[in-house]
Design a protein. Sequence first.
Length: 310
Amino acid sequence: MFFSLRKIATIIGLGIFLSSTGQEENLEKNMACLKCHENQTYSFYNEWTEFQEKRLMNPFYILNGQHFASSVHGSFKCTDCHSPDYEAYPHDAELKLEPLNTCLDCHGGDETYATYKFDQIGEEFEKSVHFSISGESFTCSKCHNQHYYMVTARKSTTVKEIVAYNNQMCLSCHEDGSKYQLLSEHASPQLSVVHDWLPNQELHFDHVRCIECHTEATDSFLVSHNVLPKGQAVKKCVQCHSSNTMLKASLYKYENIQAREDGGLSTIIANQSYIIGANQVPFLKTLSIIIFLCVVGGIAFHIVLRIIKS
Ligand code: HEC
Ligand code: HEC
Ligand code: HEC
Ligand code: HEC
Ligand code: HEC
Ligand code: HEC
Ligand code: HEC
């Protein structure tokens, strides 16, 4: 009951949001929050002491206003998601308990952004280890920071940028003990130890995404959301280091397919990476076979000549 009311309120709220004008106006309103929430210190008038006071801001409550403005929700007012009661300071203690919307509260059944397949992603996510272990407390926002999320895999032009952005979404928790502890009783396993079987680990983490090895690549989604149990992770080198590399179906599908079809040369350049065994250029391959045959032929000819001479 509570949730359905919340949903109705959200839809009405969104309607107002979408019909509301003036992004400038929103930015100005946000400055009222950001003047405190963007800085390490904030000041306010203390009505008890009747002094203007300056204090330290809780570091977890500091936002980067610029990152916020360039995110998918950059045109929002803070109070589109947070209660307007936050406009008063000190904030009402009850506000701590305010339930916040997750992606699907707003985007569930969202026709405008059907290409993103929000609902199907929701179903995929519910199959993942994260959801099986942590349940509802593992919200979409655990990976997608609602203040900063930017559509990268779909829009970026360089694989390296996609890899860095996507991996940061996992590392923000798997390399942050305190964030991890919000969801788990045991300590976060050290990734460098867990992956010690992988040579050049840093190089790999710069060039492939965690989800390459930890989810099943599917054609139906641009970004697969079903993180599998660790036992099912990719461990075989040849799955990437072969001409039939699985990266073609996942990471490299974002690239200009044209680039790959012109023989592969531009893929190597565009990728800024050379994967042993995977980047085979048909022309060079043929050329090397011809050279090899010529050398063998030359040696054979030479041997025949020497035999005849002796
Ligand atoms: C005068 C400075 C100031 C202003 C202005 C301000 N805040 Fe805050 N806000 C704080 C401080 C300090 C905290 C840390 C908790 C506390 O002291 O209440 C906080 C905490 C919060 C929290 C975290 C609450 C929790 O405990 O989980 C949210 C969310 C928040 N503010 C949103 C807003 C929004 C939205 C606005 C603008 C409408 C705003 N704030 C304006 C100073 C401010
Ligand atoms: C699209 C919705 C959305 C908008 C817009 C938004 N927030 Fe938030 N905010 C959230 C959610 C969701 C959380 C809770 C994050 C969590 O629990 O993981 C949150 C948490 C916070 C917190 C607590 C610290 C934290 O990061 O968990 C503060 C402070 C805050 N928001 C301030 C702001 C301010 C200031 C603005 C405007 C510049 C703003 N928010 C705009 C959704 C939003
Ligand atoms: C409070 C409702 C609300 C919540 C919560 C919310 N969104 Fe949005 N989202 C919107 C609205 C409204 C827009 C359109 C913004 C605009 O046009 O400026 C939008 C835009 C987007 C876009 C941009 C689409 C495009 O092509 O421009 C993406 C992607 C997106 N949201 C993903 C998410 C994800 C992922 C989450 C959860 C972390 C989330 N949203 C949470 C309401 C919401
Ligand atoms: C375990 C981490 C994780 C969780 C949890 C998660 N996502 Fe994602 N999601 C990602 C990553 C990584 C990307 C790729 C980001 C990028 O480059 O745009 C992504 C991308 C997306 C996109 C953009 C896809 C596209 O086609 O461009 C949408 C929409 C989305 N997620 C929705 C959701 C929703 C809804 C939930 C909750 C049901 C959710 N995500 C939960 C990691 C996660
Ligand atoms: C080349 C493939 C590959 C890549 C890339 C990769 N992993 Fe793994 N990961 C594995 C395999 C295989 C295992 C299982 C190892 C084992 O059981 O010996 C694993 C295990 C894990 C575990 C389980 C730890 C435990 O023991 O509980 C976590 C968490 C994890 N990886 C996170 C990540 C994150 C985060 C990234 C991205 C920074 C990442 N992985 C990148 C293949 C990979
Ligand atoms: C907000 C924190 C958080 C984020 C973000 C996150 N994880 Fe996790 N992940 C966890 C926790 C907590 C567990 C362990 C649950 C347990 O075993 O108690 C886990 C477990 C795992 C496991 C091991 C599953 C098993 O079989 O034990 C893998 C693999 C993994 N995560 C990969 C990823 C990948 C890939 C991403 C990014 C797409 C990611 N995680 C993002 C918190 C996170
Ligand atoms: C998920 C795909 C993937 C898997 C699985 C994988 N690799 Fe890689 N590997 C890559 C990519 C992409 C690069 C390219 C890095 C670059 O641009 O130099 C790379 C680079 C390397 C390099 C470095 C080459 C150099 O230029 O120095 C070595 C060595 C290597 N891999 C060995 C392995 C071994 C051994 C395994 C199995 C234990 C393995 N890789 C598994 C994707 C993978």
